[in-house]
Design a protein around this ligand. Structure first.
Ligand code: DHB
Length: 302
């Protein structure tokens, strides 16, 4: 009932693990696949090992998280050793793998994409980390840099390439248009919103990086609006992400135009079985309304 297809790739359900949580190791990805995710997304992988920022890197807020981990990862060569084993187990469960990658320029992106391609079903370009200087949103806020990175990766790999967009821009459609010109296959929207939390006793920001990316319930309406606008303007599949905790949240994103959704913060707030819970809630709605999953995608535009 929840089986779906995006660009010819079959998914057992449209509720995926988002990048950044439980995607640091092969075994944590396997665990999330066992918990019922339709696809699992790696933590963003770069060319070289990166220890990330020093603590504190995360602040837990009410229904939301603020984090600036600093893109920590073991580097692509070591990570694909992890993926080699994990891939067999994840594939057996009929779950897909999305490889999130980052780099400082198109050459780094291209190199990481080439190395990871054989281990993933989709490549997700993290051009939208809200705080990494020279990386992330430095690229995703600039149409020309976004174009260059996407074009380089598209020329290098055969798997579909999705770009994860930052909401921290004045005109997201201009960025999306540049990516479409570079032949992007789809969008993931949205990455986190820039934010800060101050400890009033210490009289300074809590995060070692001072500011970070806000995820969780607070950002859902921002994500839904962006997905709605992307659907309205482009004919590309969209994976919705940002504050999805329940079936109702997932359905909102799908009605705005998302073919599937990713869940991050809710893994923390609702537990590892959040994928099964959201799938059950979507099913219940579809039965109640006598609708098929495909029929709700973009229905809010009719
Ligand atoms: C980090 C990366 C992100 O893409 C994001 O949205 C927030 C934090 C990080 O690794 O610091």
């Amino acid at each position: 009932m929840l089986g779906t297809e995006i660009l010819g790739i079959k998914f057992k359900n449209p509720v995926f693990l988002a990048s950044g949580i439980m995607g640091e190791t092969g075994s944590s990805l396997v665990r999330m696949a066992k918990e019922g995710a339709g696809a699992v997304t790696t933590k963003s992988i770069g060319l070289k090992p990166n220890p990330g920022h020093k603590n504190p890197t995360i602040v837990v807020l009410e229904d939301s998280l603020l984090n600036a981990m600093g893109l920590p990862n073991p580097g692509v060569d070591e990570y694909i050793e992890e993926l080699r084993e994990a891939k067999k187990r994840i594939e057996k469960m009929g779950v897909r793998i999305i490889g999130s990658i980052y780099g400082k320029d198109e050459d780094e992106f291209r190199e990481v994409a080439k190395k990871i391609e054989d281990y993933v079903d989709i490549i997700e370009l993290n051009i939208s980390c809200p705080h990494a200087k020279g990386y992330g949103a430095t690229i995703g806020q600039d149409p020309e840099l976004s174009y260059k990175v996407c074009k380089a990766v598209k020329e290098e790999v055969k798997v579909p390439v999705f770009a994860k967009l930052t909401p921290n821009v004045s005109n997201i459609l201009e960025i999306a248009e540049a990516l479409v010109d570079a032949k992007v296959d789809g969008f993931v929207a949205i990455n986190t919103v820039r934010g800060m939390k101050i400890d009033i006793k210490a009289k300074r920001p809590i995060l070692s990086n001072k500011f970070g990316g806000l995820s969780g319930k607070a950002i859902k309406p921002i994500g839904v609006k962006i997905v709605y606008d992307l659907y309205e303007n482009f004919d590309k599949p969209i994976i919705g992400v940002g504050g999805i905790f329940t079936g109702e949240d997932a359905i909102e994103y799908m009605m705005a135009g998302a073919s599937a959704v990713q869940v991050g913060s809710a893994v923390y707030f609702r537990g590892y079985d959040v994928f099964k819970k959201i799938c059950d809630e979507i099913k219940e709605f579809l039965i109640e309304e006598n609708l098929k999953l495909k029929e709700i995608v973009g229905i809010a535009h009719e």
